[in-house]
Design a protein around this ligand. Structure first.
Ligand SMILES: O=C(O)CCC(=O)C(=O)O
Ligand SMILES: [Fe+2]
Length: 316
């Protein structure tokens, strides 16, 4: 899509290391202003033309189709064009530098910084995924006061999630799986299947799961990492963060206790957002609906046309 003179220019994208959230376990990358305001408005308007699936607490759209219960993508369709341009194109244009490739998919690349960046390479975030690109997008809508309980996305996907946020900020909470406190008020963690895109067995009762607290009975303290996602940003989670952690969003209308120490990606946030948080004394109201688009590569894809073609479609 070409820019008119009124549009802001396309975002300038740096090597992925520049966006690494250094205070998190490997690996997460946060890119503020990944989309321009115009691109984001266009995307929101396209999304509004597609039907929603309604769950108990929120609505979602699976594109190009919901996964089957066994985690297959079974369809003849590919992603619609409005979800590909500009988002997929831009995700695929992101790459690591040669100096960090050996450590980028392992763990200890926390010491890279913008001054220490080598030559840009062609290795991107989906280079090693089976289809070399995302083939599935789950769109979730969160009115203020809604969230998603802690869960993991599971084995149906290559372990990379690229999340575009639109409309409003949200805070993703990331918790190590092993140290997860089982909340005695019934807020247990879940696998994606239970709260997944088909929504068939959604069992959410209360999303207000405060994992920051000490559990007096078990005397266990959990680590909760908070990632502040601004509208128009892209968050990439992969490696340990994907496989060894749960993620969720508290169902609150106001996010509180936000400081430079508590927000893992503080250094990567815009000046404006940091000022808003500081001026609000660490509180930020969720005023608008937030929409997220999670881009992933589903490992098992079956062409429904081939599967059900010929005889199975009734031409016996
Ligand atoms: O909306 C988000 O940022 C997270 C959504 C999510 O975790 C999921 O769809 O599995
Ligand atoms: Fe998820």
């Amino acid at each position: 899509m070409s820019n008119t003179s009124l549009d802001p220019p396309n975002p300038v994208l740096h090597p992925l290391e520049v966006y690494k959230i250094k205070s998190l376990p490997p690996n997460a990358y946060y890119i503020p202003s990944f989309l321009t305001p115009t691109e984001s408005t266009t995307l929101l308007s396209q999304i509004s033309k597609h039907p929603w699936t309604t769950l108990t607490h929120r609505r979602l759209q699976p594109h190009p189709a919901p996964l089957t219960p066994s985690g297959h993508l079974l369809t003849t369709k590919s992603l619609p064009e409005f979800l590909v341009t500009p988002v997929v194109d831009r995700i695929l244009s992101l790459s690591f530098t040669s100096s960090s490739i050996s450590s980028s998919s392992t763990s200890e690349s926390n010491n890279s910084d913008t001054k220490n960046i080598g030559t840009k390479t062609t290795e991107g975030i989906f280079t090693k995924s089976p289809h070399s690109r995302p083939n599935h997008v789950l769109i979730n809508e969160y009115p203020p006061g809604t969230g998603i309980p802690p869960h993991e996305d599971g084995g149906a996907y290559f372990p990379v999630v690229c999340t575009v946020s639109l409309g409003a900020h949200i805070i993703l909470q990331v918790t190590p799986k092993k140290k997860m406190v089982i909340d005695h008020n019934n807020n247990n963690s879940s696998k994606e299947g239970e709260d997944g895109e088909n929504g068939s067995s959604e069992t959410i009762t209360d999303d207000n799961n405060d994992n920051n607290k000490n559990d007096d009975n078990d005397n266990i303290q959990t680590t909760v990492y908070k990632i502040f996602q601004e509208p128009n940003s892209l968050l990439i989670t992969t490696d340990d963060i994907y496989t060894e952690h749960l993620h969720g969003i508290e169902a609150v209308k106001v996010d509180e206790g936000l400081t430079d120490q508590m927000v893992a990606n503080w250094e990567l946030l815009s000046e404006e957002t940091r000022r808003r948080i500081v001026e609000g004394g660490g509180k930020v109201e969720r005023e608008e609906v937030r929409i997220s688009l999670t881009y992933r590569d589903v490992l098992k894809v079956k062409d429904a046309g081939k599967l059900f073609g010929g005889r199975a479609l009734g031409r016996r």
